[in-house]
Design a protein around this ligand. Structure first.
Ligand SMILES: Cc1cc2nc3c(=O)[nH]c(=O)nc-3n(C[C@H](O)[C@H](O)[C@H](O)COP(=O)(O)OP(=O)(O)OC[C@H]3O[C@@H](n4cnc5c(N)ncnc54)[C@H](O)[C@@H]3O)c2cc1C
Length: 369
């Protein structure tokens, strides 16, 4: 036996692999393992592969898709940031390999502060300056520069560019990973009650066996894992020709407010972060505060139309750090919290390498805008 008790590569052909959960992790795993020629079955309680926007879908659909290894240093570890920088390169390779090419840009994000929030901004920037040497640092934008690079942003007194950060269209990416995963059996309306080494225990009494299983059920892995849900609320706005090209964070006394462009006519505004597993609809207070903050730096949003208020739970472990457990017959990945899109490609690469299962994807030379 080799790494983590898996059979050596020479004895391995096409493996049968069971995946519990068809969210972000589940779809990326299925896509990569299917491409590597393994027989993959995915089980998920959702009705089908499409987002439902009812508070019960995969958190990956609700996410804004910010890829912010530098900004996330404000409230996460250096390990998360390192996974994030690796993942940014890996996303470029994944997107380039998908026929439908979900939008994914990595030309920086912006941090904005109103005059009264300069002190708070400086405290955040001091935390970001703890980034390891050699990684990009926040750059203060001189007056007038913001108007040149993002003319739709007006009203903020201070602005910084966080170079090389990015964002991805989460709904398009999840759709593409499902649609383009070769030979994968998707079992919808199939709840996994327990994940045992080499077997999935289904709610309908079935117990399919596999060479290897992945437990990537997010908040659905409770109580087998001590995972909790952290409520997050998002506003989808229709704003024709909004012109915004980069994600924007705005310092705010209560929320980590951000605006993320999604196509030429859609801007997402998020997100609350509430220690609660409440999946009920978005509160008036969160909606008002998020939209007022967004409008204060992007005045054109006054005429935007509210097309959707979305809510979901981020899967978080007690230390708010991601966890990858590799054991014979079973791999568990969970605790992606507010960074799932940021870190999933690197976590999946680590998981597959530790199982000796697939060649890591390498980013291509070209970058798609
Ligand atoms: C409001 C909000 C904004 C966010 N913004 C960002 C962002 O900008 N950038 C970023 O990097 N991250 C963001 N995130 C975090 C990111 O969405 C999550 O970290 C990520 O989706 C977690 O991936 P996952 O695959 O572990 O879980 P999920 O994507 O939630 O997928 C879990 C899947 O497991 C399925 N499942 C549940 N129970 C069972 C069961 N019993 N049996 C079988 N299947 C089951 C679910 O139906 C679901 O399909 C945000 C999250 C929220 C809520």
């Amino acid at each position: 036996m080799t790494r983590a008790g898996f059979p050596p590569e020479s004895e391995r052909g096409r493996l049968s692999i069971g995946i519990a959960g068809a969210g972000l992790l589940g779809r990326l795993l299925a896509w990569q393992l299917g491409r590597a020629g393994h027989r993959v079955s995915v089980h998920d309680p959702a009705a089908d592969a499409e987002p439902s926007f009812d508070g019960r879908q995969a958190a990956g659909f609700t996410a804004a898709g910010m890829l912010s290894p530098l900004a996330e240093l404000d409230n996460s570890s250096a390990e998360v940031a390192a996974l994030g920088w690796r993942s940014l390169a890996l996303w470029r390779g994944i997107v380039a390999a998908l026929r439908t090419r979900p939008a994914c840009r990595t030309d920086g994000s912006l941090l904005l502060a109103h005059h009264s929030d300069l002190g708070a901004a400086q405290r955040v920037l001091a935390r970001l300056a703890a980034a390891p040497p050699g990684t990009p640092q926040a750059e203060a934008l001189p007056a007038g520069r913001l108007a040149q690079i993002e003319p739709s942003l007006q009203g903020a007194a201070h602005a910084w560019l966080l170079p090389q950060e990015g964002h991805i269209d989460t709904v398009a990416a999840l759709r593409a990973l499902h649609a383009e995963a070769p030979g994968v059996d998707w079992h919808w309306r199939s709840t996994v009650r327990a994940v045992e080494p080499g077997a999935l225990v289904l709610a309908d009494g079935g117990r399919p066996r596999f060479d290897l299983v992945f437990d990537v059920r997010g908040t659905g892995a409770s109580p087998e894992l001590p995972v909790r849900g952290v409520r997050g609320e998002m506003v989808w706005l229709h704003a024709a020709d909004h012109g915004l090209t980069r994600p924007v964070r705005l310092l705010h006394p209560r929320h980590r407010v951000y605006l993320v462009p999604r196509a030429a006519d859609t801007v997402l505004v998020g997100a609350s972060e509430i220690e609660s597993a409440d999946r009920s609809p978005v509160s008036l207070r969160s909606a008002v505060e998020l939209m007022a903050a967004a409008h204060s730096v992007m005045p054109a949003l006054a005429e935007a139309r509210i097309v959707r208020l979305d809510v979901n739970l981020r899967p978080a472990l007690p230390d708010n750090e991601p966890r990858l457990d590799v054991a014979p017959g079973r791999v568990r990945i969970n605790g992606l919290f507010r960074h799932g899109w940021l870190i999933t490609p690197a976590l999946v690469e680590d998981a597959l390498q530790r199982c000796g299962l697939a060649e890591p994807l390498r980013p291509p030379e070209t970058v798609h805008g």
